[in-house]
Design a protein. Structure first.
Length: 685
């Protein structure tokens, strides 16, 4: 038997696709449309080769671009017109072609900022008409009776357009998307459980990016419409997309914990931290955290802008409820717990509500404090918690003693403490879980690279929760001693690290916030502490840690004499804030010494000191104003730069992945019309 030899290297090459050959004709400046009156109908029956089309555009020089501009404009226009067809294959191919065209044009513009490709293609006169037609066609596709693969590609097209430039304020097409708004289309998709399951993620990301377009510079209709949206089905659908992503992340993390096999708990933790929270940006877990920025930003916008959205936070999700509570996102076949008969919901057994998912997610992200991406993600979490803690309805839900949850908060293993097993997974109101989360952050981030901004946000959330309890006389059954110990530990750290920290940040401002939380307990504790014993324990803790407060007082006195102290105002405020605590400490220290002298003892027990405290409340304290007041959260101007960076990261990350879906669309969304062929023939002139 003899084998046939190849005649040459050329025989091994794949034949050039017909559609690629047509692209080459267009980009040589030729006009292949003259060959047939049905050219475009037949052209859009050909499967687009998006990589070849992108390559043809991106390799054009500015001079070549001007020469072929007429042909490029023609392809754009015919693709937009073909979106009106009722032929599913032509519709899908026109959308995929537009995705490649817009992606390539944006990519080319980014490499040469002096050359505005979009203006060259559409021109100022044609752009308004073309983009209006594009938006009208998108509207018909998103709400029409079309194949889901067409709706899928239409949303990908919109995502490519809104993520075309790193800075969305420089995206010339964003103005048209806010003029010809698709907000009602997005609401419809989120309200329908079937459509939401297929397209909800894209819709939420689109809304998030559009809401952030020049939202502080001009009236943005998406900001206005999202802020007044009252459609409960849509709001719950919006929340479901976010909770699904966060719950999936939490479950993957818990699964990774269960997969770690080691001889001891401490070595297991070391392996987990080593494997999952390395500072390297390429670390898979870091990338997973960063991938959640888009949906976390979506949650922030909803909580910040829309008070109606607050009602979805603690509802158990169920597709059939009206309104649907955020519940069975991950497995719709699972039964939904009846709160009337089984109010305790276990995070480890059921897909649960959005607020529980956020708390558990935060506890995971807190454990990585070395990576900038994770720190930014955690700051976004704290801003979300700030908005929630300012809302009266959210607070009423979180403090409802009839609505309790078991939430698995993940805690850092540290050598200087033992985890309180009794507190892990305890059924309690969400306000107690939130306080546990905040206490955990305080005790686990006392490090040289001190995250001052995160601590200010954390303490601010605690203050808001206490203000709500004081204002509405809510007596939360909580082990307050854990909070007091954490706050005192924070003050001790600030004193010990004063020389290093004072060069980098205003430790006095943070100290004022912490001390005023103690003043809030001292002055108004009778309105929200659950028992009188809590007051006794507070005074006991203040006296047990009297050294910390004495050192702070000495520190403050030292800075009041410094002429060049840049934090002089906060130093004076801290000095005034310490008055009552120092009076309490001095009063009870004297009473304890007198009692010890009478009893002839040198080392009293805790119970003995508590007994002295109970019998000696005869002291006069100074009434301090505005302890239950706080500055309402405002995004601008303090956090404007942060959100600009965060939106930029979301845009870049989305753009990085979205075009892969476009290129793989045929395999992702099977072509039901693949058997159709075309008789299109072209010749080179």
């Amino acid at each position: 038997m003899t084998s046939r030899k190849r005649s040459g290297s050329g025989s091994s090459k794949r034949p050039k696709e017909k559609v690629v050959y047509i692209y080459e004709l267009f980009f040589r400046g030729e006009d292949p449309t003259t060959e047939s009156t049905e050219f475009w109908n037949e052209f859009f029956l050909l499967q687009p080769n998006v990589e070849s089309l992108e390559a043809e555009i991106t390799k054009l020089t500015c001079e070549q671009f001007i020469i072929v501009n007429k042909n490029l404009t023609l392809i754009f226009q015919k693709s937009i017109e073909m979106m009106e067809t009722d032929h599913p294959k032509r519709l899908f191919n026109s959308l995929q072609t537009l995705c490649s065209l817009f992606y390539a044009i944006y990519k080319k513009s980014s490499t040469d900022s002096s050359f505005n490709c979009l203006n060259e293609i559409f021109g100022n006169e044609r752009m308004d008409k073309s983009i209006r037609q594009l938006m009208n066609n998108c509207n018909q596709i998103l709400l029409g009776e079309v194949a889901e693969r067409a709706r899928f590609m239409c949303l990908k097209l919109l995502l490519i357009i809104v993520t075309g430039t790193d800075n969305i304020s420089q995206n010339v097409l964003m103005e048209y998307l806010t003029t010809y708004t698709l907000f009602d289309d997005f609401v419809r998709l989120l309200s329908d459980s079937t459509l939401r399951a297929q397209h909800g993620h894209d819709v939420v990301i689109l809304l998030t990016v559009l809401v952030n377009y020049r939202k502080h510079e001009a009236t943005n209709p998406y900001v206005v419409q999202l802020s007044i949206l009252a459609d409960e089905m849509a709001l719950n659908g919006y929340g479901q997309m976010i909770s699904q992503s966060l719950i999936d992340f939490c479950r993957q993390y818990m699964q990774s914990l269960s997969n770690v096999q080691s001889s001891s708990w401490f070595s297991s933790l070391s392996n987990i931290v080593g494997n999952m929270f390395v500072s390297d940006e390429g670390c898979e877990r870091v990338q997973q955290i960063k991938a959640n920025n888009g949906l976390l930003l979506a949650l922030y916008e909803a909580v910040h802008l829309n008070r109606n959205f607050i009602t979805t936070l603690a509802h158990t999700q169920a597709e059939t409820s009206a309104p649907p509570s955020p519940s069975n996102t991950l497995n719709l076949a699972e039964p939904v717990p009846d709160l009337a008969t089984a109010p305790i919901i276990d995070m480890t057994q059921y897909p649960t509500n959005l607020l529980v998912a956020v708390f558990q997610y935060c506890s995971i992200v807190m454990q990585d404090n070395k990576n900038e991406s994770s720190v930014a993600n955690l700051k976004l979490c704290f801003l979300i918690l700030t908005c929630i803690s300012e809302d009266q309805y959210a607070n009423s839900m979180m403090h409802d003693s009839n609505l309790t949850f078991k939430v698995m908060l993940h805690r850092a293993q540290m050598r200087h403490r033992k985890l309180n097993v009794d507190r892990v997974g305890k059924s309690q109101p969400l306000a107690a879980t939130l306080l546990d989360l905040l206490v955990e952050f305080i005790v686990s981030h006392l490090m040289k690279k001190f995250p001052m901004e995160l601590y200010l946000l954390c303490v601010g959330v605690i203050h808001r929760i206490l203000c709500y309890q004081k204002r509405f006389r809510v007596r939360l059954n909580y082990p307050w001693k854990e909070l007091w110990s954490a706050l005192i530990g924070l003050l001790r750290f600030l004193v010990n690290q004063e020389q290093t920290l004072v060069k980098k940040c205003n430790i006095f401002y943070l100290s004022v916030q912490v001390v005023n939380i103690f003043n809030l307990f001292i002055t108004y504790g009778d309105t929200f502490l659950a028992t009188t014993n809590s007051y006794d324990e507070l005074y006991y803790e203040l006296n047990r840690e009297e050294k910390v407060f004495s050192e702070i007082h000495a520190l403050v006195l030292r800075y009041t004499t410094m002429a060049d102290c840049e934090y002089k105002d906060d130093v004076i405020k801290l000095l005034n804030a310490l008055v009552n605590i120092l009076a309490i400490v001095k009063h009870f220290q004297n009473k304890i010494k007198e009692w010890l002298a009478e009893q002839g003892l040198s080392t009293p027990t805790e119970d003995q000191i508590l007994d002295v405290v109970r019998k000696n409340y005869d002291l006069t304290l100074k009434l301090q104003d505005s302890l239950d007041q706080y500055e309402r959260y405002a995004e601008a101007p303090r956090h404007s730069a942060f959100f600009k960076t965060m939106v930029r990261d979301v845009v870049v990350d989305t753009r990085k992945h979205i075009y892969d879906y476009v290129k793989e669309a045929v395999s992702i969304m099977p072509d039901q019309d693949a058997t159709q062929s075309t008789n299109l023939s072209v010749t080179s002139t």
